[in-house]
Design a binder for this molecule. Structure first.
Ligand SMILES: [Mg+2]
Length: 242
């Protein structure tokens, strides 16, 4: 069985006619695919997005930058246990309280493996990020800090990436590399392209991913000539001839 793992925003979703065309193509071969959506968004936001855009029901959801995996609405406890190693959310939360500029995002953006904040002033972003990195290093706590261009800060287990999460599923499903296709457009998707998989970069990809592709892209990576879900369709044809 083929494993298709796609990012949502600006990859599967973003050009509605393209999303519909891909849906139709996948629907006609639905039993041949294990379908996974991998996104930065929370589980609740992802469910809303799926409903709003009439996306196909996925077999698995990877949400919150790899911090949670769901199947039929049930969280994957093995993955949760894996992420929980060396993860001290309470200590990290107390460390972040030293930074008054960090405002916690709403509770539905948080989960046991993700602390999410907004910054009031985007101009301070870089200095706060560095100060936070330094405090983290001093504390000896294991975590990664992810800074978004819109001034959001996420603190996650070091093992929480979309790439690690998809490889966990790939191993569990015993899917070979050439039957695993990942699709994405942005920085968070780079970790997926770094796995032993085939990868499609949609034409509307952000500069950070395009730069990564220029430097590290190989025969297992395909830069589509069209954007969003049209690019996914191209990639499916290129790698799988479907
Ligand atoms: Mg995206």
């Amino acid at each position: 069985m083929n494993l298709l793992v796609t990012d949502l925003d600006n990859t599967l979703v973003g050009d509605h006619p393209a999303t519909l065309a891909l849906n139709q193509q996948l629907q006609s071969k639905r039993s041949q695919f294990c379908l996974v959506y991998a996104t930065e968004s929370s589980y609740a936001s992802t469910c809303e997005l799926i409903a709003q855009n009439q996306l196909l029901a996925p077999d698995y959801l990877i949400t919150g930058i790899g911090s949670e995996i769901y199947r039929n609405g049930i969280i994957d406890l093995d993955w949760a246990e894996y992420l929980s190693q060396n993860w001290d959310k309470i200590a990290l939360a107390s460390l972040t309280q030293q930074f008054s500029q960090l405002k916690p995002q709403s509770s539905n953006q948080q989960n046991p493996w993700k602390l999410s904040f907004s910054l009031e002033s985007v101009t301070e972003t870089a200095s706060i990020f560095h100060a936070l990195q330094q405090k983290l290093a001093e504390s000896g706590l294991a975590a990664q800090i992810i800074l978004s261009s819109n001034g959001e800060v996420d603190i996650l287990p070091q093992t929480s990436t979309k790439g690690n999460a998809l490889t966990y599923l790939q191993k569990r499903l015993k899917t070979p590399a050439d039957a695993t296709l990942v699709c994405g457009d942005a920085r968070h998707d780079i970790s997926m392209f770094q796995q032993d998989v085939r990868g499609v970069i949609v034409a509307n990809a952000q500069s950070e991913l395009l730069e990564w592709y220029r430097e590290f892209g190989g025969k297992n990576h395909y830069l589509a000539s069209s954007g969003c879900a049209w690019g996914i369709l191209e990639g499916i044809e290129y790698f799988w001839g479907l």
